[in-house]
Write a protein that binds this ligand. Sequence first.
Ligand code: CAO
Length: 558
Amino acid sequence: MIELKVPDIGDFKDVEVIEVLVKPGDTVAADQSLITIESDKASMEIPSSTAGVIKEIKVKVGDKINQGTLIATAEGGDAKAPAPAAAVPSEATPAPEVAVASAGPTPVAPVGGRGGSIEVAVPDIGDFKDVEIIEVLVKVGDTVAADQSLLTIESDKASMEIPSSAAGVVKELKVKVGDKVNKGSPIATLEGQGAAPAPQAASAPSPESAPKAAVAPADVPAAVSAPASAPALAPPAIVAATTDQTIPHASPSVRKFARELGVDLNRVKGSGAKDRITQEDVQAFVKAALAGGGATTAASPGTMATSSGFGAGWPAWPSLDFAKFGATETVALSRIKKISGPNLARNWASIPHVTQFDEADITELEDFRKSANEAYAKKKDPAKVTMLAFVMKACVSALKQFPAVNSSLDGDGANLILKKYYHLGFAADTPNGLVVPVIRDVDQKGVAEIAKETAELAAQARAGKLGPAAMQGASFTISSLGGVGGTFFTPIINAPEVAILGLSKSDFKPKWDGKTFEPRLILPLSLSYDHRVIDGAQAARFTTYLAEVLSDMRRVLL
Ligand code: CAO
């Protein structure tokens, strides 16, 4: 009888079993995966160290395991050597080719110390050898924060992101997609800004400094564990984790399989435990797509009920050699765009959008805002109230008047889920693309508090420090281009929300007061709404009401 145990999985502790891949009576080959485990840093399969027949499974989905945990007993193994990279295991310990994010970033070579050149290398990734880079997340000239992910690497057993060990500006990249890396492989040279992680990182890595689970964009397979959700916002290329659509759960090998077939896992419905996507699900999806059917889609509630995914049945994308017409340069889409693009396309194509335009007279409100800020400044109070914060507060009042605007369609599109909370997302422009942080319980907060929180979340977003939780749960979203310019625009709804408000730059316009034209400060409003849920008259009433509130904020008290 052989005991199959969890190998050295580095600093991972209490990692949850999300899939048991074998059952008693199964004949397993050496190196065949027995279970899949997942933490917030990586997803990995634990292979069998030997061939044999499984006698008893000792773990179940949901169990938390550690190094040495007994997974199963087996017998009749041919004692075949475990996986290639494994050191000879004692007591039939499974081959430790499991993804192990066991240490923080490789200690920095502090050439020149603070402000000097810093060599960043692949940290201890356990016994992984020659792991392929599937994505390089930064480019020369980028400013990276310590712990910011630089690469996504993937083997057939795991997928993880490799963080930077230091902050700095990328001077040289030493890797490209397709390269194979090992522990210590040089990644990049940074022009340091200091802020390297604590030197003890190598021996006692912070959770953040371990390789991170990759987010799973449409076309990049990756480990999933963060409660991130897929993107879906609107006109901006909104980053991952902006909606409540959960990133699909699938093991690294299934992700790899899906990538090879060009399958977007966001569109595959998982049949496994906790909706986990299996290889069979991917195969069924491909079959359905080839047959022109599409029952397997996991599109947002009520939006794509009959389609096999966005673009199915559409003419092929034009493929042209643009060089025939003139000089060109090919630039890879940013990661955020890769993630958000398919969701934007889905939302745009599958939700019947209508955009209602309106104007709000904010002359008095802007005067009040300015005087409030002047009063803060006089008191040397750093607080500053913004127009966006006032609009959020006004929106809550309008959402309460028109509850359907603060709703979502349920899974089969037959019911409306009216939300009794008022969490408002706002699009924030960042160097890496747009993200949508969420201000929770706007109804319970004052304008100054909302403005402060907005500024803090936007700053975190710009520093790349926004966690998935800060981008989830919105019931309505505002996209403000007021600080940029333009008049009106047609924002794309951030499914599963049913409406999004676009704000453009306010400007003085002559308004007729019955006797004369008066210069009034006018804020352009663009409300895109899901016409399945909201009727045109209702949308027009919403924006009219919103404009009234903004022209006299005392109405929020009514
Ligand atoms: N009309 C005129 N001026 C406006 C305005 C409006 N509607 N909204 C903001 N401004 C002004 C502000 O008062 C500020 O001026 P001061 O510095 O003199 O006070 C300036 O424009 C810059 O404001 P801001 O945009 O930085 O700050 P904000 O609180 O209004 O917005 C945030 C915060 C995070 C929404 C914003 O910084 C941002 O990232 N906007 C981009 C959003 C985006 O790209 N959306 C995608 C478009 S489509 O969906």
